[in-house]
Design a protein around this ligand. Structure first.
Ligand code: CP
Ligand code: NVA
Length: 291
């Protein structure tokens, strides 16, 4: 059976810890692994991407592999070929395939007929590669993941869900503050509250994501109104534990879900977090492509 990474729930706690440790080794020596030598990895995008696209393409190359970046509109998928058939065909050419798409069912369909590992590069429901990189940033900043508390403030979306799942596997306490109508379902033992100040109490990191995710544009005005009290600014950071950092998966809207002062200030690890995508994903690819 191919080792897929669709939600992160496929990983054991030991594997998550291993990916985090390995990512920091690869960060220190980016060209030290040839795990993908002679192999190709397909990267399929049905939605825009900056970080995921670049970090995977460069990361595969650094591992000695060949990245094949595919936009949905250039594939026969755009003319009705199924993702299942696409998975069958890709399995004969590449060692693994990543997909960024809207519905999780599209990712599941690709995986259903792929004999190679399929990994999630963002769906409406999950963003596990982001959460893996965020654990790397936490470990790099604090030296350990044990005993840390991460507070996410805002929309109970794909990023929140992946932080809950992978945070639990890593032993990080995850508290999520969202307004009514935008709450995450109970997942992986995450603490779900409405009050952002309650979530950030004792937190070592406060995490923000956009208020209007890709695909949510129709409800943008209502979202901005409901989520306005959930802005990550210096006042909220002051309510967290001493030495707390600000995180954001990016792209950011300075002045909306995060203040410019925090986004570009001394208490953020956001730009480092964006770099850590590559290191975390290389460690993940080493694991799922092994053997
Ligand atoms: N954080 C993230 O996934 O960024 P992109 O949408 O630019 O890939
Ligand atoms: N929640 C955001 C994350 C972007 C990286 C979205 O899905 O658009």
């Amino acid at each position: 059976m191919a080792r897929h990474l669709l939600t992160g729930e496929e990983l054991s706690s030991d594997e998550v810890a291993g990916i985090v440790t390995r990512a920091l080794e690869l960060k220190a020596a980016p060209l030290s692994s040839n795990a993908l030598e002679g192999k190709s990895v397909a990267l399929m995008f049905e939605k825009p991407s900056t970080r995921t696209r670049v970090s995977f393409e460069v990361g595969v190359a650094e591992l000695g592999g060949h990245p094949v970046v595919l936009g949905a509109d250039e594939l026969q998928i755009s003319r009705g070929e199924s993702l299942a058939d696409t998975g069958r065909v890709l399995s004969g050419h590449v060692a693994a395939v990543g997909l960024r798409t809207s519905g999780d069912e599209r990712l599941a369909e690709l995986a259903s007929e792929s004999s190679i590992p399929v990994f999630n590069m963002l769906t409406a429901g999950h963003h596990p590669c982001q959460a893996l990189a965020d654990l790397v940033t936490l470990k790099e900043t604090f030296g350990t993941l044990e005993g840390l508390r991460l507070a996410y403030v805002g929309d109970g979306n794909n990023v929140a869900r992946s932080l809950a799942i992978l945070g639990a596997l890593a032993g990080v306490e995850v508290a999520i503050a969202s307004p009514a109508g935008y709450t995450l379902e109970p997942v992986a033992g995450a603490i779900l509250v409405e009050d952002p100040v309650e979530a950030v109490a004792g937190a070592n990191a406060i995490y923000a994501d956009v208020w209007v995710s890709m695909g949510d544009e129709d409800t943008a005005a209502a979202r901005r109104a409901a989520l306005a009290p959930y802005k990550l600014d210096d006042a909220l950071l002051d309510q967290a534990a001493e030495g707390a950092i600000a995180l954001h998966c990016l792209p950011a809207h300075p002045g909306e879900e995060i203040s410019a002062e925090v986004l570009y200030g001394s208490r953020q690890q956001i730009w480092n977090q964006a770099e850590n995508r590559r290191h975390a994903q290389k460690a993940m690819l080493e694991l799922i492509c092994a053997g």
